[in-house]
Design a protein around this ligand. Structure first.
Ligand code: HPA
Length: 269
């Protein structure tokens, strides 16, 4: 794995000569952030050796290098999910590549279903903890160079970044929730009882991404920040049919708020 990562990294460095300090996974809701990046290079995933190729509608597939908020960044436009059939080490491969490209912080977005009865559709939630119900991406042969065999998870999401983001949101008059994200494999959305279960075990929202990338980043010592758009509610009495299209529609409405928080956060890193 290490050799594959290093060969991908040297390919990228040859092509871009870029040394980004911030990595961004442009999940649902952050698509519009691309417009604000002063793009210097962009590489389609299918042109990068060893890289997986994304298969979901609404998720593009390229790695973008440039400047945003005065920082050198690398952004993944399109991410990989376990439900697409990739092994977990491939779902998280790009995060390892970003680490070896030099990132010092990882920023992530996603969409999720709210199970906290106080949440509303269209709310943003800063993730302050997670419950991982997807296979752990660190299962398998241990590579010392990535970090320890048994990584600490007492602060999966960086407290300093959370505080900064909360302050920024307040200043901009943007309402944000702060809570726990339950990660499931998907690709089915939840049954009413599954939503109820995720609430009982301590979740505020449920979604199908982010946690694999964060686990791998934390093993490698990268501070993480993640934010979610609540696109539907798994709350008794409020459960209606959920579709991927509806998730995308709600997310695009909340995009401006999320983009603003991320942009300001990056400029303050
Ligand atoms: N469940 C799982 N993933 C999701 C949901 C949901 O309700 N909404 C958006 N992503």
């Amino acid at each position: 794995m290490l050799e594959r990562i290093k060969s991908t990294v040297s390919f990228i460095q040859d092509k871009t000569n870029s040394y980004p300090e911030v990595g961004i996974i442009l999940g649902t809701g952050l698509g519009g952030l691309v417009k604000d990046i002063k793009i210097e290079h962009s590489l389609d995933y299918d042109s990068i050796p060893e890289f997986p190729v994304s298969t979901v509608d609404g998720h593009h597939g390229r790695l973008i290098f440039g400047e945003l908020g005065g920082k050198k960044i690398v952004a993944m436009q399109g991410r990989f999910h376990f439900y697409e059939g990739y092994p977990m080490e491939m779902v998280t491969f790009p995060v390892r590549v970003m680490k070896y490209l030099g990132i010092k912080t990882l920023l992530v977005s996603n969409a999720s279903g709210g199970v906290n009865p106080d949440y509303e559709i269209g709310d943003l939630m800063i993730i302050n903890d997670h419950i991982n119900l997807i296979p752990n991406p660190l299962i398998g042969k241990h590579t010392h160079e990535f970090g320890v065999r048994f990584p600490d998870m007492s602060e999966p999401y960086d407290h300093g970044l959370i505080k900064k983001a909360e302050e920024l949101a307040k200043k901009q008059n943007i309402k944000v929730q702060v809570g726990c994200y339950v990660a499931t494999t998907g690709p089915t959305f939840e049954t009413p009882k599954e939503y109820q279960y995720f609430r009982i075990i301590g979740g505020d929202t449920v979604g199908m991404s982010t946690v694999p990338e964060v686990v791998v980043a934390r093993q490698m010592g990268i501070p993480c920040f993640a934010i979610s758009i609540i696109t539907d509610l798994g709350v008794p009495g409020k459960i209606v049919e959920v579709t991927h299209e509806e998730v995308q529609k709600v997310a695009s409405k909340a995009e401006t708020k999320m983009t603003m928080i991320m942009k300001k956060l990056i400029s303050q890193l």
